[in-house]
Design a protein around this ligand. Sequence first.
Ligand SMILES: Cc1cc2nc3c(=O)[nH]c(=O)nc-3n(C[C@H](O)[C@H](O)[C@H](O)COP(=O)(O)O)c2cc1C
Length: 200
Amino acid sequence: MKRFICKVMTIIGLAAGLTSGAAASASVSGRMAGEKAETAGKKMLVVYYSWGGNTRVIAEQIKALTGADIFEIEAREAYSSDYRTVVDQAKAEIQKGEVHAIKAMPANLADYDVVFVGTPNWWSTMAPTVAAFLKEGDLAGKTVVPFVTHGGGGMARCEADIVKMCEGAQTLKGFAVNGDAVESAGPGVRKWLQSIGIIK
Ligand SMILES: Cc1cc2nc3c(=O)[nH]c(=O)nc-3n(C[C@H](O)[C@H](O)[C@H](O)COP(=O)(O)O)c2cc1C
């Protein structure tokens, strides 16, 4: 049922041409690239938001494969735990271009060379909590690597909207996986990390 609602919502979202909120309205630009990074000896951090747990699974897989540190973004005012309610909350925020305030920023963000940024696909863009992190955090000069879990809508605008908010950062090709498939995504995550030069 949840999956069905997602699919219907994705179609409605696309048809309505929802803007991607804060991300879309940002005028900054980043670089969408598939360039390979030389990451040996680089300090890496996985930053993610997960409402239902799927994005957390991928974040943990990236941590396990790379040895990166990990930081979970938490909403300052938690979203409803009810699916239909959070869908409406998210829609309202995204339509208005709002970010959703977060409890804390990762400590020592400045020390990291590579920052993975993970989000669920919410109305075809990043969750407003992730937009809050990107708005507050200075990622200039770093390598930013997006990853996304979704309910059938794929990457949609998530990667492009993350890149837009990472002015001055180098960005590597992101990864998207259906939330239903996260538990078995390990080999795909490994291949992706190899393809962008993060691991051998
Ligand atoms: C508020 C909200 C909006 C969503 N919008 C979409 C969408 O536009 N397209 C899509 O494919 N999935 C959508 N989904 C489904 C989630 O992207 C998917 O279930 C994801 O794996 C959830 O990650 P999480 O468990 O880390 O929160 C939405 C889910 C929620 C709660």
